[in-house]
Design a protein around this ligand. Structure first.
Ligand SMILES: [Zn+2]
Length: 201
């Protein structure tokens, strides 16, 4: 299997049919063999678009609200991230029950501004948490996780657990590699208020 998962921006463009032909074949090749990216595609409400060749079926389907919401002017709003985040949480919850396997919890934290190196097992379900004490106070937070190569593997709103004073990132699986976990208080297009590194090995 191709190690490099489909970037979130590419996935969104695929859903909106806005992908250039030369990327299309590569994306669909990867989708055929990668369950995780198939799941992410379903999160983008593209269930019937897994293969664009099924055009006849797509035509029968009423236009998805997601196609409108993913229009460029909306793409990076926090409202959008909130919705994507709740979709992701819902989806994680449903896969949690089907898989019936607990996810390992990994806390991202820093001590006086120096981050403690965080490790996760590649390909295993992991629930990341982020210490809220280290973050500027805000009503809403969003998190983006990017590979060292700059591909977004997660972007969405994250819930603040007030009693535990931490952010809970939806359960996800990360392929082997180095990641940046960026926390935002406005939108994922603004400057991150915190950045952690994370190693899956
Ligand atoms: Zn993939």
């Amino acid at each position: 299997m191709n190690e490099e998962h489909i970037g979130q921006d590419i996935l969104e463009r695929y859903v909106r049919n806005a992908l250039f032909e030369d990327r299309l074949a590569h994306v669909e090749e990867h989708l055929i063999e990668c369950n995780w990216c198939q799941e992410r595609l379903r999160e983008e409400d593209a269930f019937l678009r897994v293969f664009r060749h099924a055009a006849a079926q797509v035509e029968l389907r009423p236009e998805s609200i997601w196609q409108n919401l993913f229009a460029p002017r909306h793409r990076f709003s926090l409202a959008m991230a909130t919705m994507a985040g709740s979709m992701a949480i819902w989806f994680s919850a449903s896969t949690y029950h089907s898989a019936n396997l607990p996810a390992a919890t990994v806390a991202l934290t820093s001590y006086r501004g120096v981050q403690q190196q965080a490790h996760v097992s590649p390909g295993k379900r992991v629930a990341l948490t982020i210490e809220a004490r280290e973050l500027p106070p805000a009503k809403d937070y969003a998190v983006q996780i990017v590979t060292s190569g700059g591909h977004t593997v997660f972007a969405g709103a994250v819930g603040l657990d007030v009693t535990q004073s931490r952010l809970n990132v939806p359960v996800l699986k990360l392929g082997r590699g180095l990641y940046w976990v960026r926390v935002y208080t406005e939108s994922v297009n603004s400057e991150p208020v915190m950045e952690y590194s994370l190693r899956a090995e």
